[in-house]
Design a protein around this ligand. Structure first.
Ligand SMILES: C[S@@+](CC[C@H](N)C(=O)[O-])C[C@H]1O[C@@H](n2cnc3c(N)ncnc32)[C@H](O)[C@@H]1O
Length: 271
């Protein structure tokens, strides 16, 4: 692939987190690429898609990224240095308070970053403030039906055990991480955005058995702790045993475990 494959080039080859890819393909396709524009990417994580966007837009453009995590900033800065990109500026901070001037940005992107903020209303207000009139705001997020196959069994188990407070917590957790798309679009309208399109897509995480699902690094690092946190410590083992028994039945019926990941790509502009 690379005739003179240096370690830096090899590092860049497996740069993309698998989880982010299906969302990112849609997002990158929706962006209107132009010269001489300024762009902000919200929640750039390990550098995706900000690095891709920076390369596609080129040197006449200025690309900012905002993320609160020092680890992500250091990691992404190293990649930017490896690639010798000089059109990117990483900002440490929260999208609820963006350190950029009013009407200064032509394009805002976010791949699964928007649904990780703590105050969506404030973030949209900030996006509206910094985006120029006619500027594009495009983002992806997974919907509240994410991993519905697992969450239904979780809720059924809590209901059987009469753990009604925990059912409410579970619903709140989903609502907060993955707000209904109707709510997101109303909020966008209230901040002067006009929606061009909302496109729905889906991909599946499939596993051979329960152990492979529970041991999968992404499930472990991004989901399991948030599920455990919904339960009193004394109930964790009991609840999980029952949920997993129910998932096992699905496995017997269908021969595999499937967790569906529905998501949307929302493309809008500043009115
Ligand atoms: C699911 S990751 C997505 C990362 C990357 N865009 C990707 O596609 O792989 C969410 C990112 O949002 C960042 N984040 C969380 N809260 C944020 C906030 N309030 N403002 C900006 N970024 C935030 C996290 O640090 C993390 O990098």
């Amino acid at each position: 692939m690379f005739p003179n494959n240096s370690s830096k080039q090899l590092e860049m080859c497996d740069e993309l987190p698998f989880w982010s890819a299906p969302f990112g393909i849609k997002l990158l396709d929706k962006i209107k690429y132009k010269t001489d524009i300024s762009c902000l990417d919200i929640g750039f994580g390990t550098g995706f898609p900000i690095i891709e966007i920076a390369q596609r837009l080129g040197n006449s453009c200025k690309i900012y990224g905002i993320d609160p995590s020092d680890d992500f900033i250091n990691h992404t800065a190293k990649k930017i240095e490896n690639l010798k990109l000089n059109n990117v500026n990483l900002l440490k901070g929260f999208a609820e308070n963006i350190p950029l001037y009013d009407n200064s940005i032509d394009l805002i992107s976010s791949n699964n970053g928007i649904n990780n903020v703590f105050d969506l209303n404030k973030v949209f207000s900030e996006c509206s403030r910094i985006l120029k009139k006619g500027g594009q705001f495009v983002f992806t997020m997974n919907t509240n039906l994410t991993m519905i196959e697992f969450y239904l069994e979780f809720e059924k188990t809590l209901s059987e055990l009469k753990m009604f407070d925990e059912i409410n917590k579970l619903k709140e957790h989903i609502n907060c991480k993955r707000p209904p798309i109707a709510l997101v679009s109303n909020l966008l309208s209230s901040h002067n955005f006009v929606i061009n399109s909302i496109e729905y897509d889906n991909f599946n995480y499939k596993f051979a058995d329960i152990n492979s699902m529970l041991n999968h690094n992404f499930i472990k690092s991004a989901f399991i702790n948030s599920w455990i946190d919904l339960l009193p410590e004394s109930k964790v083992m009991e609840v999980f045993q029952l949920v997993l028994e129910k998932v096992e039945i699905q496995l017997k019926m269908f021969g595999e475990i499937k967790l569906s990941i529905p998501f949307v790509t929302i493309d809008c502009f500043q009115n």
